[in-house]
Design a protein around this ligand. Structure first.
Ligand code: UD1
Length: 430
């Protein structure tokens, strides 16, 4: 089984280039099928979640051309099916964007209910509420969602919870609806704005993405485009935390510093120096890590996708820190793993209480989900001795060449798939 083996204790230093945002790219890929013309998407991360959505898109008949590792051209004119089965959905939760995209394009879609990272119950009721408001009949039966409309008509929709997925999905369904749609209480994440920008470059008329209210004037037809995915805020934040936890200094390139503000300001509060450039940030660890309090919030608040990585830093702080998770109810599964490395973390309800221990000890741990897996890697990089992180398939869903990028920063880490390889690495690394 694939795992990372890490010899911790080296402060990371040097430069790293961040790839395209996975969560933006998932929305962009779904949007790409909505026209019959060619859509070329650049700066796609080469990670398994993206590759699986591309497979799902090819599976319904779209023509997919891989131009290079990070660029794909999609032509939706050859789509012959509106059904995305459980096999595809099981692999990747965000195939649910094909529900909104197919409904918008073909007025019907049949998509299996999503799986994905197990970090909470993750309902899609708000997506369905939006589709219904646009005039779709929705039937859920035997794990499939069936959405069908004679004609989609613009509507006024108020989302009960701020949801990235529902915002993007309803936006996809509404771009070609007749008349005007207003969606209120929407998510403001950079990837919501990115999907709106690409749709607008395809001829859609979407205003207000990035605010609480999105207004869409339906258009009958969309056309092709060439579009580049925004940089990944969470990949960048992960390297920022790796610098802080290992006492290092990293220049993180190809980022939009504004998207990182909640992470930068928290790390500065914890004693790091963060310098922003036009498209890069430099993070230098302080002499010691100060404790802090974090509460996850929708953007521009502190991202839930960064809380495990921040927890890894907090285990090393002077004093006691807290993390309150207000988006997903089951996102502390990594805590037992951190405690195996000598951390002192207790969870009560939706809050983790972290008593800083100054240093961690290497151990064998398992990644319970994507971001928690990244947090365990950070902990391993900071710990004394060897750490083995099992179940890294989760990590590979969202980080491209993670171990290679870390090695370029001086980390001693490798990916192995057997006990023999692990022993060999350990012998060599001493
Ligand atoms: C997206 C991101 C994920 C990130 C999350 C929050 C993608 C592919 N994934 O997930 O990495 O952690 O945003 O930033 O972009 N909810 C409902 N009903 C719904 C939809 C959501 O109650 O119909 C609730 C969820 O249970 C959760 C909250 O709303 O408590 C936010 O979820 P949402 O923003 O939808 O997360 P995802 O889009 O699934």
């Amino acid at each position: 089984m694939e795992r990372y083996v890490i010899k911790g204790g080296t402060p990371l230093s040097g430069e790293v280039e961040v790839g395209g945002a996975k969560n933006a790219a998932l929305g962009l890929l779904a949007a790409a099928i909505m026209t019959d013309e060619d859509v070329t998407i650049e700066n796609l991360p080469d990670v398994s979640d993206i590759n699986q959505l591309i497979d799902a898109i090819a599976n319904i008949g779209a023509t997919v051309t891989r131009n290079d590792r990070h660029t794909v051209t999609i032509n939706g004119s050859t789509i012959r099916s509106h059904v995305v089965d459980y096999e595809q959905m099981r692999k990747i939760r965000a195939s649910y964007y094909l529900l909104g995209a197919l409904l918008g394009k073909m007025s019907q879609a049949e998509v299996a209910l999503p799986g994905g990272c197990n970090i909470g119950s993750r309902p899609i009721d708000q997506h369905l509420k939006g589709f219904r408001a646009l005039g779709a009949d929705i039937i859920t039966d035997h794990g499939m969602v069936n959405a069908k409309a004679d004609i989609l008509t613009g509507s006024h929709i108020f989302l009960d919870v701020v949801s990235v997925g529902a915002t993007i999905n309803v936006m996809l369904a509404a771009v070609r609806a007749e008349g005007r749609t207003v969606i209120e209480n929407v998510a403001k994440e950079p990837h919501v704005v990115d999907v709106a920008n690409m749709l607008n470059s395809m001829g859609a008329n979407i205003r207000g993405a990035g605010t609480d209210k999105i207004r869409i004037q339906g258009v009958p037809k969309l056309h092709g485009t060439v579009y580049s995915t925004i940089p990944d805020q969470i990949e960048a934040g992960t390297f920022m935390c790796a610098a802080a936890a290992t006492g290092g200094e990293i220049l993180i390139k190809n980022v939009i510093p504004r998207h990182l503000e909640s992470i930068s300001s928290k790390l500065m509060e914890m004693g790091c120096t963060v310098i922003e450039y036009d498209d890069a940030v430099r993070v230098k660890a302080g002499d010691f890590i100060r404790s802090a309090k974090v509460k996850t919030q929708p953007y521009p608040g502190f991202p839930t996708d960064m809380q495990p990585q921040m927890a890894a830093v907090m285990t090393l702080a002077h004093g006691s820190s807290t993390i309150t998770e207000s988006i997903f109810e089951n996102r502390f599964k990594y805590v037992d793993e951190l405690n195996r490395m000598g951390a002192q973390v207790k969870v009560e309800s939706n809050t983790a209480f972290l008593t800083g221990v100054g240093s961690l000890e290497g151990a064998e741990v398992s990644a319970p989900d994507l971001r928690a897996g990244a947090a365990l890697v950070i902990a391993g990089l900071a710990a004394h001795g060897f750490t083995t992180v099992n179940d890294i398939l989760y990590i590979l869903r969202g980080y491209e060449r993670f171990d290679e990028k870390l090695r370029n920063l001086g980390a001693i880490i490798t990916q192995v798939d057997s006990e023999k390889e692990e022993q060999k690495f350990k012998l060599k690394a001493g």
